[in-house]
Design a binder for this molecule. Structure first.
Ligand code: NAP
Length: 327
C-alpha cells in the first residue's frame, strides 16, 4: 500500500516535492501558516507514515496522534521544535540537515557582526532619509572588527566555520567555550579554550552558536550581560531561547553592552512592538541564517533523502536520533 507523507511547511521546492509525489500519497499543508489547525490535518496526521517540514512544533501530544509515523524529517539542523524523547519512545526516526547549511549560516553570523559593528542598517536608513548632508563625523563612526577578540559560545560545525572566517579573513583572535574541548579545531584555527565567564569578560564580540536545549536556555541572562564589557557586541545566530530578552534589553538600556545583532528570537516572527526592535543598537534579522536559494534547496534535498531512506528502511544520511531508536 502506498505510504502517506504529511508536508507541514512551505520549505520544499517543486522538484523535491515531485520526488515525494512519485513515491507517496502527499497530504500537503504547505499553504498554511498554522498547519496543525488546518481542516483535514488531524486525519492526515493519523494516517501519515512520514512527515517533512520545519517551524511547526511537534509536542508529545501531536506525536501520539501521529499513530503510524515512522519518520519525521526536519528541514533544519536544530531540533528544538521536536519532543525528541517522545519520538525515541516510539522509535520514530528524526532526520535533520547538518553540514549543508554550515557555511551559509556562518556567513550570516559574520554579516550580523559587521553590520552591528559598522552600524550598516542605521546608516543606510540615515542616507535614505536624506540626512547625509555633510561629511560624516564621530556620530556616524562604528567600531573595528578586524584584529578584535571574538568569543564563540558553541564550537560545533557552525562555530568552527565562523571561527575560520574570523581568524583567517579578519585577523581576529578567537576564544571559545564549548561543552567539550576541540583540540584539532583549536590547533587548526589557533584559538584558545576559555571558561564561559572568562569569554564573556574578555571578548569584544560574543557570539552564541549552541543548540536550543534545556541546558542552554537563558544562558545569556542578566549575569552574563553584566560580565561583558560595555563595549562588547552580542550576536545570536543560535536560537532565541538561549537569551533572556528582558535582560538583553536592560543591558542595552543601561549601556552594559554596546549593541546586539540578532537572527533569532524567543517568539518568531518577532512583533514590531518588541523592545528589541526599532532601536539603533540592535540589528534584527528574520531568522535567515540559512536562507539562500542554494542552501535552502540543499537542505530540502537532504530532508527528502532522509525521508525516503527512512521510509524505505535504508540508512538515513542524517538521522539525529539514530543512536536512541531501534530500526
Ligand atoms: P553542532 O555541530 O551540534 O554544534 C553545537 C555545539 O554546541 C556543539 O559543539 C556542542 O558541544 C555545543 N553545546 C551544546 N550544548 C552546550 C552547552 N550547554 N554549553 C556549551 N556548548 C554546548 O550544531 P551546528 O550545526 O553548529 O548548529 C548549532 C546550532 O545553530 C543549531 O542547533 C541551531 O539551533 C543553530 N542554527 C541556527 C540557524 C539560523 O538560521 N540562525 C541555522 C543553523 C543552525 P559538543 O561538541 O560537546 O557536543
Amino acid at each position: 500500500m502506498t505510504q502517506t507523507v504529511l508536508i507541514f511547511s512551505n520549505s520544499l521546492p517543486e522538484d523535491q516535492k515531485a520526488r515525494l509525489a512519485e513515491r507517496y500519497d502527499l497530504a500537503d499543508f504547505s499553504g498554511y501558516a498554522d498547519p496543525a489547525s488546518a481542516p483535514g490535518f488531524d486525519d492526515a496526521l493519523a494516517k501519515a507514515q512520514g512527515a517533512i517540514g520545519v517551524y511547526m512544533p511537534w509536542s508529545a501530544d501531536l506525536i501520539e496522534r501521529a499513530a503510524r509515523l515512522k519518520v519525521l524529517s526536519s528541514v533544519s539542523v536544530g531540533v528544538d521544535n521536536y519532543d525528541v524523547a517522545a519520538l525515541n519512545a516510539r522509535d520514530i526516526a528524526l532526520g535533520h540537515t547538518p553540514d549543508v547549511l554550515t557555511d551559509t549560516t556562518a556567513d550570516t553570523a559574520m554579516t550580523l557582526l559587521l553590520a552591528t559593528a559598522r552600524r550598516v542598517v542605521e546608516l543606510a536608513e540615515w542616507v535614505r532619509a536624506g540626512q547625509w548632508t555633510a561629511p560624516v563625523g564621530r556620530d556616524q563612526f562604528g567600531v573595528d572588527v578586524h584584529h578584535k577578540r571574538l568569543g564563540l559560545v558553541g564550537m560545533g560545525r557552525i562555530g568552527a566555520a565562523i571561527a575560520r572566517r574570523a581568524a583567517f579573513g579578519f585577523g581576529m583572535e578567537v576564544v571559545y567555550h564549548n561543552r567539550s574541548r576541540k583540540p584539532d579545531t583549536e590547533a587548526e584555527i589557533g584559538m584558545r579554550y576559555v571558561d564561559f565567564d572568562t569569554l564573556l569578560a574578555e571578548s569584544d564580540f560574543v557570539c552564541a552558536v549552541v543548540p536550543g536545549t534545556e541546558d542552554t536556555e537563558h544562558m545569556f541572562n542578566a549575569d552574563a550581560f553584566e560580565r561583558m564589557s560595555p563595549d562588547a557586541i552580542f550576536i545570536n545566530i543560535a536560537r532565541g531561547s538561549v537569551v533572556d530578552e528582558n535582560a538583553l534589553v536592560a543591558a542595552l538600556d543601561a549601556g552594559g553592552i554596546r549593541a546586539a545583532g540578532l537572527d533569532v528570537f524567543q517568539n518568531e516572527p518577532v512583533s514590531p512592538d518588541h523592545p528589541l526592535i526599532g532601536r539603533n543598537d540592535v540589528v534584527a534579522l528574520p531568522h535567515v541564517g540559512s536562507a539562500t536559494f542554494d542552501t535552502r534547496h540543499d537542505m530540502a534535498r537532504l530532508a527528502v533523502d532522509n525521508l525516503i531512506a527512512g521510509l524505505e528502511g535504508t540508512p538515513m544520511p542524517a538521522c539525529y536520533n539514530a543512536a536512541d531508536i531501534e530500526r
